[in-house]
Design a protein around this ligand. Structure first.
Ligand code: AMP
Length: 201
């Protein structure tokens, strides 16, 4: 949804890799919400012909496989290029849908860059009591979905550690009253109900 300021109304989903954010997002009403995961967007682009043949594509693939972060400006440009294309193709209807971002922002530079385009109205922050369930889930998913970035235990550890540091840092920059914490140990159905209650708020 676009505000008078011409910024997109946006909800941020936070949760460690393997926390089921995309599963949850896919259960929401598509007429009301337009979900985008920057990780999914990059994986989709990485596997496309245009990306595979170009230098930028090769660079991004290397970064992702090492579990690092794509440069901020590149990430923001790719995201908003994709969103304008989605608007022109009628897939994303900013006058009717609220954006849901998963995977962004990852640091203060991205927060600043995003602020030029979006207004964050709510943040859903999914927590877990321990990493062991997550690690197992990520490893299984990597095999099922052929996600080379998640097959290696060292890389999984690195992604979880980066996630914890990044999120703690990022959340500090948003007002506490828009952050809603959810217990990720609950079932998919229970989490879905909690998210729906928050979004209907
Ligand atoms: P994710 O599925 O969100 O964990 O993202 C998978 C990979 O994509 C990350 O390890 C990064 O290499 C890259 N990536 C996703 N989102 C971002 C972002 N906002 N900034 C930089 N790199 C990103």
């Amino acid at each position: 949804m676009k505000l008078k300021s011409n910024k997109y109304k946006t909800i941020l989903f936070f949760g460690p890799p393997g926390s089921g954010k995309s599963t949850q997002a896919k259960l929401l009403d598509k007429k009301k919400f337009f979900y985008i995961s920057t990780g999914e967007l990059l994986r989709h682009m990485r596997d496309g012909a245009e990306f595979q043949s170009g230098a930028l594509g090769k660079k991004i693939t290397k970064i992702m496989e090492a579990g690092g972060l794509v440069p901020d400006r590149t990430m923001i440009d790719l995201l908003f290029r994709y969103l304008s294309q989605a608007v022109s193709e009628g897939i994303f209807k900013p006058d009717k849908q609220i954006l849901i971002f998963d995977g962004i922002p990852r640091n203060t530079t991205q927060i600043r860059m995003l602020n030029d385009h979006v207004q964050v109205i709510q943040i859903i922050d999914i927590h877990f009591s321990s990493d062991s369930i997550l690690k197992e889930r990520i490893r299984k998913r990597a095999v099922q979905e052929g996600r080379s970035d998640d097959k290696n235990r060292g890389i999984i550890e690195k992604r979880l550690a980066i996630y914890k540091n990044e999120t703690a840092e990022v959340l500090k920059h948003y007002p506490k009253n828009i952050i809603y914490k959810i217990n990720g140990d609950d079932s998919v159905k229970e989490i879905n109900q909690q998210i729906k209650n928050i979004l209907n708020n």
